[in-house]
Design a protein around this ligand. Structure first.
Ligand code: BG6
Length: 465
């Protein structure tokens, strides 16, 4: 058998609390920034105290109550790992509470126990696209330096509680997203200045390094990583101006990895701050905290894009979140995300060359509309093809010598989209009966890709083409 992935390689799926759990005020949970964004990461913000709104994430896919059944399905596919996040607001509903909420802590205890029963290792993100909304209102989100301490306390609380159950951790999901979605990333409302965004990012980077330190001290046999939105850019042409501009724009996201993996601000950022008139308040204590670096690098990978210095080309790209210019050699998903399997091998090589730390792909997948045929079957060959082609490239990267920890596909069960809050943008191997208006029974149904992924895992990729 032509096994493509080594024994220790973890295989599974990735979900986030705010996109699956629902139960948004159950058992003492507080409101999060996700709860006030009913239209997704880029949508309008609604203060729930003032408006009676329905947010599809209030129920999401009701994973809060249905997790035993869902985990059993993941186990049936042979998952050895499930990436999930803890909702900070279940543990500290307001972020600055004196004592943690026992009901929230008990919930994740039960969830981790259920995973252990199925020999599925949890990979836990401390903050995935949400923070307590009270911290936004009372401290200005991550603009407030106090929030570093609140986050560290939260991290220490969950490390202490789950130290025997969770040995793999991540700090902030897609930490570079703050440049594009400041409320989701760093809890800044309105239209903050670039200076305010980078100051808040600085506080978050310090908080991340303090969590890394706490994890190293408290759970010495655990590993903790960062998490980047892997948005690799190519030059649209070989014009040296385009090549240089691409290099500069790739620094926008690599900067986060550089700080978290190397322990200090890279030289190119000093220039960026001067050129853009940005002055940050960075203390000696901050600089010393940043020296505690992550054990591994994790990232999401969905697409690549292009950069051009041509004004007409730039015009075409305005409007999409990452300002990417379309690559004429690539096809797009139904949501316009450019599909680039070879780009995954490329980014793996770039990140490994750069950091020489193990890599973990913690999100990858195809958001697509699914339809049920007359027999109620979902023949999602498009999803199988997408994942097959990406996994083939992961295997190539392993042959290139890249040290890989594992692969968790995004949304192994259909969930609410982060960017648009749609249910119809489906990623799962498991279909959930719920539409964009919240109608449906929430019944779970296996898609064709369910058995395909099961075979990928059981054959360690020997069935990939
Ligand atoms: C990543 C996020 O950006 O992409 C996930 O970490 C998100 O939370 C995923 O769901 C896919 O994006 P979307 O908008 O299709 O849900």
């Amino acid at each position: 058998m032509n096994e493509k992935f080594p024994e220790h390689f973890l295989f599974g799926g990735a979900i986030a609390a705010n996109q699956v759990e629902g139960a948004y005020l159950t058992d003492g949970k507080g409101l999060s920034t996700s709860d006030i964004q009913p239209y997704g990461v880029l949508g309008e913000v609604v203060d729930r105290a003032e408006a009676d709104i329905t947010n599809i994430k209030d129920i999401a896919i009701d994973f809060y109550h249905r997790y035993p059944q869902d985990i059993a399905l993941f186990a049936e596919m042979g998952f050895t790992c499930l990436r999930l996040s803890i909702a900070w607001t279940r543990i500290f509903p307001n972020g600055d509470d004196e004592v943690p909420n026992e009901e929230g802590l008990a919930y994740y205890d039960a969830l981790f126990d259920e995973l252990a029963r199925h020999n599925i290792q949890p990979l836990v993100t401390l903050s995935h696209y949400e923070m307590p909304y009270a911290l936004v209102k009372n401290y200005g989100g991550w603009a407030g330096r106090e929030v570093i301490g609140f986050f560290e306390k939260y991290a220490r609380t969950v490390f202490a509680r789950y130290q025997h159950k969770v040995k793999l951790w991540l700090t902030f999901n897609e930490i570079n997203v703050s440049l594009h979605a400041p409320l989701t990333g760093v809890g800044l409302s309105g239209t903050p200045t670039q200076n305010e965004v980078y100051q808040a990012i600085h506080h978050q980077l310090v908080a991340s390094s303090k969590a890394v330190r706490a994890c190293h001290d408290m759970i010495p046999d655990a590993k903790i990583g960062n998490m980047l939105l892997g948005a690799m850019l190519y030059p649209l042409t070989c014009d040296p101006q385009d090549v240089m501009q691409t290099h500069i724009q790739n620094h926008e996201w690599l900067f986060f990895g550089d700080v978290q993996a190397r322990g200090y601000y890279p030289g190119y950022m000093a220039r960026f701050f001067v050129d853009n008139g940005i002055t940050l308040n960075i203390t000696d204590d901050d600089l010393s905290s940043l020296k505690e670096t992550v054990d591994f690098i994790s990232f999401s990978y969905y697409m690549t894009g292009c950069v051009s210095t041509d004004e007409e080309e730039k015009e075409k790209a305005s409007g999409n979140m990452l300002n990417m210019i379309a690559n004429p050699y690539l096809q797009s998903s139904q949501w316009g995300w450019q599909i680039d399997p070879i780009g995954l091998r490329y980014i793996l090589n770039v990140l490994y060359d750069r950091y020489q730390k193990p890599l973990f792909i913690v999100e990858n997948g195809l958001g697509a509309r699914d339809t049920l045929d007359d027999n109620g079957d979902i023949n999602d060959d498009y999803r199988i093809n997408y994942l097959n082609d990406h996994l083939v490239q992961v295997a190539e990267a392993i042959k290139d010598g890249v040290d890989m920890m594992g692969y968790t596909s995004w949304g192994p069960i259909d969930l609410v989209s982060a960017s648009t809050a749609q249910m119809s943008k489906r990623y799962g191997f498991i279909y959930v009966d719920r539409d964009d208006n919240g109608n449906g029974t929430l019944e779970r149904r296996k898609k064709k890709s369910f058995n395909w992924y099961k075979e990928v895992i059981s054959t360690r990729g020997a069935n990939l083409k």
